[in-house]
Write a protein that binds this ligand. Structure first.
Ligand code: ZN
Length: 418
């Protein structure tokens, strides 16, 4: 049976337009596998079992059994739930040229050109005056950022996009209050909305493309592929004595991870410490467990672009369909070191999947990910890994369908070392 199929990935992504929805989608699958949600303000469960916590757009899930010792190491699959997009400003109703327009702002390193001429929906969460929260997912073509006509472009090459002026979206041929529309569609009164985090998403469904349907065209592959494959790996991984499997998915990676729920927060360390303490361990046992732990920080990797092969390090070309990727950077944009590389190479071998080794060109700035940040926060041996994709940070990205499954298998083997 396929552990993590490309078709199921498409369903996962389409259900998850925002970090909050990623958590909701993951939680629904965890619940149906018997995982129970723990509230951070409650006493920690002392019995072994399958549990998860959600903090905003971040989620940590773990499984333990009664035979385990408080000093047993954790095997953590890490990932991030957020993706670059265009987000709604607090005061956003504009009316230039007699149109209903909302003011948007780029979140993270969005490839701005890719957001033009797409039918966009709106999603996120709203906080109400009564203290409750609602998720919003209006999956309809409500908004559009139209491109400038080529005849109005100075040199017919496309003018550079100004994030302040050129990314506002038309949502009505008339006028009105955009938040009232959101309230109406969400079934609340507009005056009840006291806070919101709302963002746009491409409403075109994710699809298997190419002559044999072996490519995946979808938004947010970076990094919902890891959220999905990591989830399936956790659910699939057979219990191994002396190893406690964990899935840790963080919000805010695309903007630096510094928040109450990002990879630089205390979220993962706190959850792991509480697991050890609730199992009867001491603070020293927690540090012993961390010293015996490994984190596979999963994030997407750059497949070699067929139109720009010269932008890639010559001996480190990454193939679509070539299997999971080990990411190495001597300047620590990735956390991978020799022991970490060996752990992931063994996991790929155990899973029977090939592994590719990625390094960035020395003359181009390498991106980073949660690995180095989470490693610094927890003190855990960390290896940065991923699956190959093209068009990273575009509103629409592309990957190979086979890589979804091989990535899931490698992560599952990592969580259940032989
Ligand atoms: Zn990423």
């Amino acid at each position: 049976m396929t552990l993590a199929s490309a078709a199921e990935l498409c369903t996962f992504v389409d259900r998850s337009p925002t970090p909050f929805h990623v958590c909701q989608t993951v939680a629904a699958e965890l619940e149906s596998a018997g995982y129970v949600r723990v509230q951070e303000q409650d006493a920690w469960p002392t019995a072994a079992g399958r549990h998860y916590v959600i903090r905003g757009g971040s989620l940590v899930a773990w499984s333990s059994d009664a035979a385990q010792s408080p000093t047993d190491g954790f095997r953590v699959v890490g990932g991030h739930t957020d993706s670059p997009n265009l987000r709604l400003k607090q005061h956003h109703d504009l009316a230039p040229a007699g149109l209903g327009v909302v003011a948007l702002e780029p979140y993270g390193g969005a490839w701005l050109n890719s957001w033009l001429d797409r039918d966009l929906g709106i999603a996120g969460r709203i906080a109400l005056r009564d203290g409750t929260e609602r998720l919003v997912h209006i999956d309809e073509p409500l908004l559009r950022v139209p491109q400038l006509a080529i005849h109005l472009s100075a040199e017919r090459k496309g003018d550079e996009l100004d994030p302040q002026r050129h990314l506002n979206a038309i949502w009505s041929a008339g006028s009105g209050t955009f938040l009232d529309l959101v309230a109406d569609r969400t079934g609340v009164a507009g005056r009840e909305i006291a806070g919101f985090e709302l963002m746009t998403h491409d409403t075109a469904a994710s699809a298997l493309t190419g002559a044999d349907g072996d490519l995946v065209s979808a938004p947010r592959l970076d990094n919902q592929v890891t959220c999905f494959a990591g989830l399936r790996a956790l659910l699939d991984a057979p219990a191994v004595s002396g190893v406690r499997p964990v899935l840790a998915l963080f919000d805010h990676e695309e903007v630096g991870s510094t928040s109450e729920r990002g990879a630089q927060s205390d979220l993962l360390a706190t959850v792991l410490e509480r697991i050890v303490l609730a199992a009867g361990g001491s603070r020293d046992d927690y540090h012993r467990a961390i010293a015996a732990s490994v984190c596979a920080s999963g994030d997407m990797a750059h497949a070699t672009h067929p139109n720009y092969t010269e932008r890639h390090e010559p001996l480190h070309h990454i193939a679509i369909g070539g299997g999971p990727v080990l990411k190495v950077n001597v300047n620590l944009r990735y956390a991978t070191d020799a022991p970490g590389a060996a752990v992931f190479a063994s996991a790929c071998e155990q899973a029977g999947v090939p592994m590719q080794r990625y390094e960035h060109r020395a003359d181009l700035p390498c991106g980073s990910t949660i690995g180095p940040l989470s490693a610094a926060r927890t003190g855990m041996l960390t290896v940065d890994v991923g699956a190959p994709q093209l068009a990273m940070h575009s509103a629409r990205e592309l990957m190979g369908g086979a890589d979804v499954d091989t990535y899931g298998r490698a992560l599952s083997a990592f969580l259940s070392p032989a």
